[in-house]
Design a binder for this molecule. Structure first.
Ligand SMILES: [Zn+2]
Length: 498
């Protein structure tokens, strides 16, 4: 078989203070077959899963554009179109006698003039390859699945786990289903039920864990090809944002529809209990201080760069200082200016630094400290949660004051594992308190040794109370902005393409 694959992803937060342009994608590396970047797992990113599977099967594969940026505001219109057109050019180069197209996108990408970038890309690919070539789309579960995506993709699958540790498994399943469609062995019949809610549903914990396990089991049912939950992305402001259930059957629209409806109601029933309990800063620090032994991990969910926050808020740091809490570490505070100064001063130097609080009101006030520069690293890296590849953390400066260490860096990135801290000479498990700027992805690499994990709903860009945000274009009603009756679900969309 001849396959074209690409990776083009951005989780767009309509309310993020961070702008997004071509440079934002260049910061994390752009691969094109015609470019100078070597083709490696790091440069191919999510498309590597498709490449590996093609190698294993002896298929011929061309990997086109591979590009993603850290979550932030809608991408500058012109820059989105440049990246999209690069992907389409790469496809046209590879198009002769193609058997299928496999794409890895986020599912919540917006540009300044396009609300549904995934739908736009799919439509243009469909126009190029025609109606008979299967197009498979792999999504992050924080996706807003639209009718346009459904109309132009043959199979859509989202990852099932949050933290997203299962992209490889889902990529291989998507590959297999698309190959079977191409050979005429199966005929996908797709049902989508939008669920009028959004939230951060953590699949490591009950009651989401048993729900996901039951979905994995129901996916084995005769006649079912795939089941995906789209959790929606709660900071997307456009009409089709929100959760959804997507069921693909083998030629049985009735089966797909009835299962999607029933799962949509089960998912909706978990809208409150499926989210991890989060408390305010005072409650979280009270509880953290009550733990006698071991390291307590506090998730600063509201300042997670992986959701579009600046990662430079100081609300928790200010409270640590005010309470005189020592033996604590905060990671990572995105503060390129302070990193410059720490590097200029050198390891062991003492200097005044104005830390964090730079980007806007959601970052709080900067904190002035006399710090000691403890460790400097130019090449700290960590394994990425999505594909295990090594991800650059930028220059990292660990500074300390009043018994608190602060890991400053100059590439916005949440801590997925302790690896980046260890690279800076820190043993995080010797600290009493670790404050991590991450909503939940940290869990995959930190939960094994944490004495307790506490989710903190501090002020900030990703504060969980989305009712405070100035949504303008969202389809209403939607929970938690509105009260929703479970019998008000929108109708089912059926599609049969490819
Ligand atoms: Zn996600």
């Amino acid at each position: 078989m001849r396959i074209f694959a690409a990776y083009f992803a951005h989780e767009t937060n309509s309310f993020s203070p961070i702008p997004t342009n071509l440079e934002s994608f260049r910061e994390l590396g752009i691969y094109r077959p015609s470019g100078d970047t070597e083709f490696t797992p790091e440069s191919a990113k999510g498309a590597w899963h498709f490449f590996e599977e093609a190698q294993r099967r002896g298929d011929e594969i061309t990997v086109g554009l591979c590009a993603h940026a850290q979550p932030s505001r809608p991408t500058r219109g012109e820059d989105y179109r440049t990246l999209r057109d690069w992907l389409l050019e790469d496809l046209q180069e590879a198009q002769d006698e193609l058997d299928m197209v496999l794409l890895f996108m986020h599912g919540s990408m917006m540009s300044e003039d396009c609300d549904d970038c995934e739908g736009d890309v799919l439509q243009r690919i469909r126009e190029l390859v025609g109606p008979d070539i299967p197009i498979g789309l792999l999504l992050d579960l924080h996706c807003n699945i639209t009718e346009k995506m459904l109309q132009h993709a043959t199979i859509i699958k989202a990852c099932k786990e949050y933290p997203h540790t299962d992209f490889r498994d889902r990529a291989l399943e998507l590959y297999d289903i698309c190959a079977r469609v191409r050979k005429g062995e199966v005929q996908p019949s797709v049902a989508l039920v939008p669920v009028p809610m959004f939230g951060l549903f953590q699949t490591s914990l009950p009651p989401m864990r048993p729900f996901i396990d039951s979905i994995i089991e129901r996916e084995q049912q005769a006649g079912i090809l795939s089941i995906s939950l789209g959790h929606g992305f709660p900071w997307s402001d456009f009409e089709s944002a929100g959760a959804s259930v997507l069921v693909t059957s083998d030629g049985d629209p009735q089966l797909a529809s009835s299962l999607a409806q029933s799962l949509a109601h089960e998912f909706f029933a978990l809208r409150e209990s499926g989210q991890a309990p989060a408390a305010n800063i005072e409650q979280v620090l009270d509880e953290a201080c009550s733990v006698a032994e071991g390291t307590v991990v506090v998730a600063d969910m509201s300042d997670n760069p992986g959701g579009g926050a600046a990662s430079d808020s100081t609300f928790i740091l200010q409270q640590l200082l005010a309470r005189g809490i020592r033996d604590a570490m905060v990671a990572y505070v995105w503060d390129p200016g302070s990193v410059d100064l720490a590097f200029a001063a050198g390891e062991g130097a003492k200097l005044p630094l104005r830390i964090g609080g730079k980007v806007g009101p959601a970052s709080g006030k900067p904190v002035d400290l006399e710090v000691t520069v403890e460790h400097l690293r130019r090449d700290a890296r960590q394994a990425h949660i999505a594909d295990g590849t090594s991800t650059h953390l930028g220059r990292t400066a660990v500074v300390s004051a009043h018994g608190i260490e602060i890991a400053l860096n100059d590439i916005r990135q949440q801590p997925f594992t302790p690896e980046g801290l260890v690279a800076c000479g820190i043993d995080p498990w010797k600290r009493r308190l670790l404050v991590l700027k991450s909503s939940h992805h940290f869990y995959a690499g930190f939960h094994q040794r944490a004495a307790r994990i506490l989710y903190c709903d501090a002020p900030g860009t990703l504060n969980r109370d989305v009712r405070q945000l100035p949504f303008q274009r969202l389809r209403r009603p939607i929970w938690p902005l509105d009260e929703v009756c479970s019998d008000t679900f929108a109708g089912i969309v059926n599609a049969a393409t490819g």
